[in-house]
Design a protein around this ligand. Structure first.
Ligand code: ADP
Length: 171
């Protein structure tokens, strides 16, 4: 009998993707046959990067991992999972503060779709402090973010901040 493909989804805002996210992508991609990194189109947050820009940065930094695909979605995660035949949701845990929200989300998703399970990877210690929002804050005040995000993303952040300082708008 042919073995069914194990497909995982790693959802998030990734605004922008950090070395902490990349670490979770590298580790979880080894646990599944295919990992879909899915950028949430969330209209309630005001993002630095558009969804298309976030997708394109993720594509670039994961291009050497063959079983990783990048996509975006809106609506319910369980619906996106079902549409992609995914049975595993991957999330990262940094600190106790992440826990309560993540537990609630995973239990809600499980009740909505019993075929989907969430697995949590604890952050690698060197990235435990790292979040997209602190990266944005450091970058906006002109700080060096090269310890926090892949070098490709460092350049994209510089371009974006320059464009914003020159009066550009972000959708
Ligand atoms: P969301 O808006 O869904 O929280 P994020 O892009 O902030 O999206 O995070 C996506 C996922 O990655 C979440 O599970 C989050 O806990 C995890 N994550 C974020 N930063 C790190 C990090 N430094 N180490 C490990 N996991 C992380």
């Amino acid at each position: 009998m042919e073995k069914e493909m194990k497909i995982g989804i790693y959802p998030g805002s990734f605004d922008p993707v950090t070395k902490g996210h990349l670490d979770i992508i590298e580790r979880s991609s080894k646990m599944v046959d295919k990992l879909i990194v899915a950028v949430l189109k969330n209209s309630s947050k005001s993002p630095l990067f558009t969804v298309e820009e976030r997708v394109s940065m993720l594509k670039e930094i994961t291009k050497d991992i063959p079983n990783v695909e990048i996509d975006s979605f809106s609506g319910l995660l369980v619906d996106f999972a079902e549409a992609n035949n995914a049975t595993i949701i991957v999330r990262g845990l940094r600190a106790v503060t992440d826990f309560e929200y993540e537990l609630q989300m995973s239990q809600t998703n499980r009740i909505m779709d019993e075929n989907v399970d969430t697995i949590f990877l604890t952050t690698s210690l060197e990235y435990a402090y790292l979040s997209s929002s602190t990266v944005k804050e450091v970058a906006i005040y002109g700080g060096d973010v090269s310890k926090f995000v892949p070098s490709y993303v460092v350049d994209k952040i510089k371009d974006k901040i320059n464009a914003l300082n020159n009066g550009g708008h972000n959708e």
